[in-house]
Design a protein around this ligand. Structure first.
Ligand SMILES: NC(=[NH2+])NCCC[C@H](N)C(=O)O
Ligand SMILES: [Mn+2]
Ligand SMILES: [Mn+2]
Length: 317
């Protein structure tokens, strides 16, 4: 069978959205683990866009508490531009991070190319602090506040982010896997009624019902393009230990794969971010292996055109 999906792969070696070195090695680690071949072996045509190159801007820690704003802002502008052109050229886009501040650019570029996206945010954290509610000053805890229209009034205009205008509504976001949410984030989520499914919901309802409800909550019509932003710390630290902000009690390997399978089966996945692998936290082999196994479910079997129309048996891979 000829390849059906064009997958554009983009490396996003970003680390300045959080304090530790090591997340910039995520793309290299995924490449070394054979991600490109894994995607090709699933029958995809892979277009490797290489790794973006980011500059570290000097004197980028002004007195206010936000860390590296110009560096992170400039990097995310590049990410937005690259994702925009990948989506415009009708490739499914895999962005390999990189710390999770990358999602600001990735969602921004995606939303410019496809104005009707929904965002499925799989993470232990909500990453919707504003620069004013954040107690850490780390921008990887803030990307969703920068891109959400309803939060525009609460996000001060920082140098480095002039390009970044809000392009989604908080109503387009749904969370899965939350278990470490800051007080300010909790207020935002409750005040704006942002759809969310915590680990406790996964325990109570099971992952099947959580994913069904999550998709219905953001897109009852089941027609809109999906942006999946997957932070590896959504998974239990037993299977993804190499990450900067691990939180015990996360998703299992199968629960992670299940989310990907269901999203892939919608045929509407359009951009996938994989974020927060940190190769300097312990031995990252297990984490990288887990990430590859989970990500491949987004681009693999059982997707639209790989199906015989009436018999849905997946092909082996
Ligand atoms: N992408 C992540 N791992 N984010 C962790 C964020 C932790 C905390 N909520 C903060 O804002 O600093
Ligand atoms: Mn996280
Ligand atoms: Mn995150």
């Amino acid at each position: 069978m000829p390849p059906v999906f064009k997958v554009g792969v983009l490396g996003v070696p970003l680390s300045k959205g959080q304090p530790r070195d090591g997340t910039e090695n995520g793309p290299k680690a995924l490449r070394n683990a054979g991600i490109i071949k894994v995607l090709e072996d699933l029958g995809n045509q892979v277009i490797d866009h290489g790794d973006l190159q980011f500059e570290t801007i000097e004197n980028d820690n002004p007195k206010d508490k936000i860390k590296n704003p110009k560096t992170v802002g400039a990097a995310n502008k590049k990410i937005s531009d690259a994702v925009y052109s990948i989506v415009k050229s009708e490739q499914l886009c895999l962005t390999m991070g990189g710390d999770h501040s990358m999602a600001m650019g990735s969602i921004h570029g995606h939303a410019l190319a496809e104005p009707n996206i929904v965002v499925v945010w799989v993470d232990a954290h909500a990453d919707i602090n504003t620069p004013l509610t954040s107690s850490s000053g780390n921008i990887h805890g803030m990307p969703l506040s920068f891109v959400s229209k309803e939060l525009e009034a609460y996000v001060p205009k920082l140098k480095g982010f002039e390009w970044c205008f809000p392009c989604i509504s908080v109503k387009d976001i749904v969370y899965i896997g939350l278990r470490d949410v800051d007080e300010g984030e909790r207020c935002i989520i409750e005040h704006f009624g942002i759809a969310h499914y915590s680990m406790q919901d996964v325990d109570r309802m099971g992952i099947g019902e959580v994913v069904d409800k999550a998709l219905k909550a953001v897109d009852p019509t089941g027609t809109r393009p999906i942006h999946l932003s997957f932070d590896v710390d959504a998974l239990d630290p037993a299977i993804t230990p190499s990450t900067g902000t691990p939180v015990a009690g996360g998703l299992s390997f199968r629960e992670g794969q299940y989310i990907m399978e269901v999203l892939a089966n919608t045929g509407r996945l359009s951009v996938v971010d994989i974020a927060e692998i940190n190769t300097t936290v312990g031995n990252s082999d297990v984490t990288v292996k887990t990430a590859v196994e989970i990500v491949k479910k987004c681009f693999g079997q059982k997707r639209g055109g790989n199906f015989l129309p009436s018999y849905g048996l997946p092909k082996a891979n």
